[in-house]
Design a protein around this ligand. Structure first.
Ligand code: DX5
Ligand code: ZN
Length: 227
């Protein structure tokens, strides 16, 4: 299994967002995207409260883990109460769990949640939404393995990239140590991927720009996202 935090095989890494896959053929789509050159998988978890949509729970993650025992699973919790899902997703085989700064009362709360994930033995990510001031994450960035900058308002795939968030990427990047990563999520296509990479992004999440194409175009698309 790759370790995108301490020993990424290459940068940037491509993480297909399974939200845009065919849920009735999930393992198949996931496997094909990896064969087409993707590095890891992005699993979007929505609670219909923090965001106005409902997606996958731990049972789906567990099934993916069974089908793909060697694949790094990046779990993005778009939920109001992330802590209650930490253990279920760790048991289900998550490798990285990210939660939103917007659900944290303060810096101490964010750090406490991060420590909890650390105790459970997974990589940790803090996520920031487009309208949230980048200064909200500055005080806690040191604690996490990864910072995920949302480039759409979370809840749905297939939305347009918000270019203003690139400024956030450029502000966060210099704060990161060598073994910390910057990820971006939402509206990534070959054009916006280039802008993100130029702004210091290490991991690109891409849903509709991969899964909306026919399978035989996935490897070419993944290649063009990378460069
Ligand atoms: C948005 C999710 C994203 C989304 C990305 O709420 O967090 O991961 O699936 O999809 P695209 O790439 O279609 O914007
Ligand atoms: Zn996501």
């Amino acid at each position: 299994m790759i370790d995108p935090i301490s020993s990424p095989p290459q940068l940037p890494l491509i993480a297909p967002s399974l939200l845009a896959a065919d849920f009735a053929n999930l393992a198949d789509d996931a496997r094909e995207s990896l064969k087409a050159g993707a590095d890891l998988l992005h699993v979007d978890v929505m609670d219909n409260h923090f965001v106005p949509n409902l997606s996958m729970g731990p049972a789906i993650c567990e099934s993916l883990r069974k089908s793909l025992p060697d694949t790094y699973l990046d779990v993005h919790l778009m939920v109001t109460d992330p802590e209650s899902l930490f253990e279920p997703f760790v048991k289900a085989g998550a490798n990285l769990i990210s939660f939103h700064i917007e659900v944290c009362d303060d810096e101490a709360h964010a750090r406490r949640l991060c420590d909890r994930l650390g105790e459970l033995g997974v990589h940790t990510g803090i996520v920031i939404n487009p309208p949230t001031d980048v200064e909200r994450v500055f005080p806690v960035v040191d604690a996490f393995d990864l910072v995920l900058v949302m480039s759409v308002n979370p809840g749905f795939g297939g939305q347009s990239f918000i270019p203003e968030v690139l400024e956030k990427c450029r502000a966060i990047k210099p704060l990161l140590r060598e073994n910390q990563r910057l990820e971006i999520d939402g509206g990534i296509n070959p054009e916006t991927a280039t802008q993100a990479i130029e702004s210091g992004v290490d991991l690109l999440v891409a849903g509709s720009s991969i899964f909306s194409l026919d399978r035989d175009s996935w490897s070419e698309r993944i290649r063009s996202l990378r460069s």
